[in-house]
Ligand binder design. Structure first.
Ligand code: XMP
Ligand code: MG
Length: 219
């Protein structure tokens, strides 16, 4: 299900004052202020809630009868997706957190993965589901899947992502299969629902797209 940018809800401009006061806006870095002043609503709260619930239903069917599912939540961006999704899961779940980061703050995925914290218990014989906020070039998930497969003999290893940008995939990551996708979106930079620009905007309960001119790397 590809979500086109032309849906009526996508044309709603978001006032930066819904996020920052005028005074706070004046103190932001120019790049963050530029993003704050060029945001359009992309996926609203009810669209997200309905879709996340449907995805949970799909997971309930896939993992029916399984003793335990280990969810690996990839921080920071996936925290909101995780908390909304697990509320609807019927299979017994354990949650582990790892933290990966891409270098740079720009709206283009750098493709270089920085591992901040990869601490995990043994996943020997476990059913494992990786939860990511977004798959873009696919290099982050490609790294993570190889890393986990090298270290752990899991009973199963599947991937669930909140957002998929299928047209952004790099050839080196074409082999990555995402098993569960909440929304397939166009190759546009998005923030909100856990996703950030330079650490900001994660708190938005909806997904917004950046509509301004290209941002430079220097901020
Ligand atoms: P790759 O390219 O490795 O990217 O699949 C995955 C990571 O890049 C970040 N990313 C984004 N973050 N809006 C964001 O806020 C976006 O549109 C976006 N695209 C990629 C994100 O951290 C993700 O885990
Ligand atoms: Mg991420």
């Amino acid at each position: 299900m590809m979500i086109p940018l032309t849906d009526s809800q996508h044309n709603t401009t978001i006032s930066p004052l819904t996020i920052f006061s005028a005074e706070q806006l004046a103190h932001l870095s120019p790049a963050v202020a530029q993003v704050a002043t060029h945001l359009n609503l992309y996926l609203n709260e009810s669209t997200i809630a309905n879709r996340v619930q449907a995805l949970a239903q799909q997971l309930n069917e896939t993992y029916e009868g399984v003793d335990e599912l280990t969810i690996i939540c990839v921080l920071k961006g996936s925290f909101m997706f995780l908390s909304d999704l697990v509320k609807h899961l019927k299979v017994p779940v354990k949650v582990e957190f790892i933290r990966l980061a891409s270098y740079g703050n720009n709206t283009q995925s750098s493709g270089k993965v920085k591992t901040v914290d990869l601490t995990l218990p043994s996943l020997e014989g476990k059913h494992v589901l990786i939860l990511e906020d977004i798959i873009d070039t696919g290099l982050t998930l490609s790294f993570l899947v190889s890393y986990l497969k090298d270290l752990h003999q899991t009973a199963s290893l599947k991937l669930a992502v909140f957002l998929d940008k299928p047209t952004a995939r790099k050839p080196e990551a074409q082999h990555i299969t995402v098993d569960f996708v909440a929304f397939s979106i166009e190759n546009t930079f998005v923030v909100g629902y856990g996703l950030d620009f330079s650490g900001h905007f994660r708190q938005l309960p909806y997904v917004a797209t950046y509509t301004g001119p290209p941002l430079s790397d220097t901020h």
